[in-house]
Ligand binder design. Sequence first.
Ligand SMILES: [Zn+2]
Length: 79
Amino acid sequence: MAKVSDGSPAVQLNCRAEFIFDVRAREKTSRPIKVLSECMCDFRRPDWESRWNDWRSGRDPYLNLFLCEEHARSLGLMK
Ligand SMILES: [Zn+2]
């Protein structure tokens, strides 16, 4: 239960990726995919800024964003 991931200790435990957004989700109002495994919200990544820019531009069709619900909402990806 108290298992700590080997990532940065600064990562908040409640900021865990809950949904996957692929590039197609940018254009369509498709439902985000539920994340079933334990992984960190991409918003916490040091390269978040460039990931977000790449995702929005659609430059990389294979880039997926892993976001918690709160950040997905704040970015306008979910209503
Ligand atoms: Zn988050």
